[in-house]
Design a protein around this ligand. Structure first.
Ligand SMILES: Nc1ncnc2c1ncn2[C@@H]1O[C@H](COP(=O)(O)OP(=O)(O)OP(=O)(O)O)[C@@H](O)[C@H]1O
Length: 298
């Protein structure tokens, strides 16, 4: 019999499972594995996850939480060659969606299929980014959301419209291997994944295992630009708009000339003067859902 470790964050999203319910769920949905359940506390979780991993040597690590929990587990097990799977129990689950895991039932399907994919990560000023980082509009939105002290998608969506229309373009210097570009933009995205937790597709050609990431500048100015941009976020063809520019690279430096707010994977990072980003090709192994295998691999 194989072992599986279930790392559960009891405060993420709006789920409220107790240990017996999780055990029952795992017995049915993850047959053939002996389950070990651990709960995060918000304190020293990385050390705890690593210690439990070393104790049980699991063949599969299930992460029941949101993006923050996924990142914590990935960081903790980065040297362990662990097979990771997200069971989306957070409020937005943006990273899970990028891996073709929209709902909890997709995670159980992924266990049945057991398709393991090597997933890239981006290292930014020593921080790990698995999903999306950005300067400007979205980072401002996350900051407001944190200040509201709310969880869940409602607060985020509530603030989006006012943020979109009030934000101002800021200057950035993009330094790639052979070129330096000065640009004004309302938002600069550094993307490993393809979509935000809202389902907005920002990185239409994003592939998570190709050893590259995308730098995307968004600078909508007119009402028409905003309407087109909103539609394109839904359709997934943002790269066809004139106010959007995309570069696919394996490293870059971005100078933040006018102090825009910055966030990595939903976590505010202040207003750094400059960030250096570099791809970590095939840094992690994740089990993925069907839609990932069909269109998001190289
Ligand atoms: N038992 C706990 N009590 C309080 N905080 C916790 C506990 N366990 C983990 N945390 C905190 O939970 C946060 C991570 O939550 P996570 O991002 O996974 O969920 P979420 O915010 O609901 O989801 P999403 O990122 O999808 O919006 C971390 O800040 C971590 O410190």
């Amino acid at each position: 019999m194989k072992n599986c470790l279930f790392v559960y964050n009891p405060i993420s999203g709006s789920n409220d499972f107790d240990r017996d319910e999780i055990n029952e769920m795992l017995e049915i949905k993850v047959p053939g594995f002996t389950p070990y359940i651990i709960e995060t506390t918000g304190e020293n979780d990385e050390e705890m996850v690593l210690a439990e991993f070393q104790k049980y040597q699991p063949d599969l690590v299930l992460i029941g939480g949101g993006d923050g929990t996924v990142k914590m587990v990935a960081k903790s097990l980065k040297e362990q060659n662990a097979n990771l799977l997200i069971v989306p129990m957070g409020s937005a689950n943006g990273l899970a969606k990028c891996m073709g895991i929209e709902m909890i039932s997709d995670a159980w399907e992924a266990v049945r299929d057991f398709k393991v994919h090597q997933i890239d990560a981006i290292l930014m000023n020593g921080e790990l980014c698995l999903h999306l980082a950005d300067f400007g509009m979205n980072a401002n939105l996350i900051k407001k959301f944190e200040q509201d002290d709310g969880r869940g998608m409602f607060g985020y969506v509530k603030n989006s419209l006012s943020e979109i229309f009030s934000s101002e373009a800021k200057k950035f210097l993009l330094k790639f291997d052979h070129q330096t570009i000065e640009i004004s933009a309302k938002m600069i995205v550094i993307a490993n994944g393809d979509q935000y937790g809202t389902g907005a597709i920002v990185n239409c050609k994003g592939v998570m295992d190709d050893g590259k990431f995308e730098v995307i500048s968004l600078n909508p100015e007119t009402a028409e630009d905003y309407v087109k941009m909103t539609m394109a976020f839904m359709k997934g063809n943002l790269d066809e708009l004139e106010c959007i520019k995309t570069w696919s690279v394996s490293s870059c430096q971005i100078d933040n000339l006018e102090g825009a707010e910055f966030q990595i994977d939903g976590e505010m990072m202040g207003c750094p003067d400059s960030i250096s980003a570099k791809i970590g090709k095939h840094a992690f192994q994740f089990l993925t859902g069907k839609s990932f295998a069909s269109c998001r691999t190289s």
